[in-house]
Design a protein around this ligand. Structure first.
Ligand SMILES: C[S@@+](CC[C@H](N)C(=O)[O-])C[C@H]1O[C@@H](n2cnc3c(N)ncnc32)[C@H](O)[C@@H]1O
Length: 276
């Protein structure tokens, strides 16, 4: 995978959190935090925590005394996350690659990752790392987007990019929607050591407050921005205007809604280790 795809840096965290957070990620985080709270866990690890949208929901939902360690590959994303917490929140943050976690074996009871694993080049390795750091009986909870076809706003934006880039749209937008086939997820989880696995596909609505805000989120709140700027063939403001116009045409000038579909995966580390 191109390194640009993981470049959530510079001004991206702010635009991500401001525009994409309320549109896509907050409601999914609420659901995942509820699932997290359904089973007791004292030591919690979050990977690819980004700007702390799920992290905040976890802190609000999990009981006092739960130790939460939020990690991400990008220090800029994590710095934004840190700003959502005060000294009383008893939180820890650490830069870490989900594929090479700098933590001891069996150090956590629960590991979480919201919409992050698709950015890992070696997904089995990321899952194996989660398995390694979970205590026997520990649980992994993570989410992935379903196909671009099932997520109407990103699909529309992708078509608009294809239009303005004359059929040669930047590739970034396909990445988040590229890891969801149940057979592949189950096979990768098995290879990583997880035998007990449950997949739940969820449907919801992405909330478009205004076309221009949605366009800013989609274009400047992700590494798509870096890809467009590196290519340099079309000015980014022109891309934002084109996408905003297309979103208004598809979903209306003001507040709009668009169907979205994602999958939550729950996997348990066996209490008794199997012999191979
Ligand atoms: C779409 S954002 C999701 C952020 C957050 N979980 C949320 O729900 O808002 C993807 C995140 O994955 C992080 N990321 C990409 N590759 C990673 C890796 N190998 N290890 C850890 N984090 C990674 C990025 O820095 C970014 O913060």
């Amino acid at each position: 995978m191109n390194d640009v795809n993981t470049a959530f840096t510079g001004s991206i965290p702010e635009d991500y959190d401001r525009y994409l957070g309320p549109m896509f990620f907050e409601c999914c985080a609420g659901d995942l935090a509820e699932r997290a709270a359904a089973h007791p866990a004292r030591r919690v690890l979050e990977t690819a925590a980004g700007t702390g949208i799920l992290t905040r929901a976890l802190r609000d939902r999990l009981p006092d005394g739960t130790h939460i360690l939020a990690t991400d590959l990008n220090a800029d994303m994590l710095a934004h996350a840190r700003g959502k917490f005060g000294a009383d929140d008893d939180m820890r943050f650490e830069v870490a690659d989900a594929q090479a976690l700098p933590f001891d074996d069996q150090a956590f009871d629960l590991a979480l990752c919201q919409f992050g694993i698709m950015f890992c080049t070696d997904k089995v390795q990321a899952l194996a790392e989660a398995h390694r750091v979970l205590a026997p009986g520990g649980r992994l909870l993570f989410s992935v987007w379903n196909d671009l076809e099932d997520n109407t706003l990103p699909r529309t934006v992708n078509a608009l990019l294809d239009e303005i880039f004359a059929g040669d749209a930047p590739a970034f937008l396909r990445v988040p929607f590229s890891y969801h086939e149940p057979e592949r997820l189950r096979a990768d989880l098995r290879e990583a050591g997880f035998e007990t696995v449950e997949l739940t596909t969820l449907e919801g609505e992405c909330r478009i407050t205004a076309p221009r805000q949605a366009a800013l989120g989609m274009v400047t709140g992700s590494p798509l921005r870096v890809e467009i700027e590196q290519r340099g063939d079309i000015d980014i403001d022109r891309v934002v205007e084109h996408v905003a116009g297309g979103i208004a045409a598809a979903f209306g000038d003001g507040y709009g809604r668009a169907p979205m579909r994602w999958t939550v995966i729950e996997a348990w580390r066996d209490t008794v280790e199997r012999r191979s």
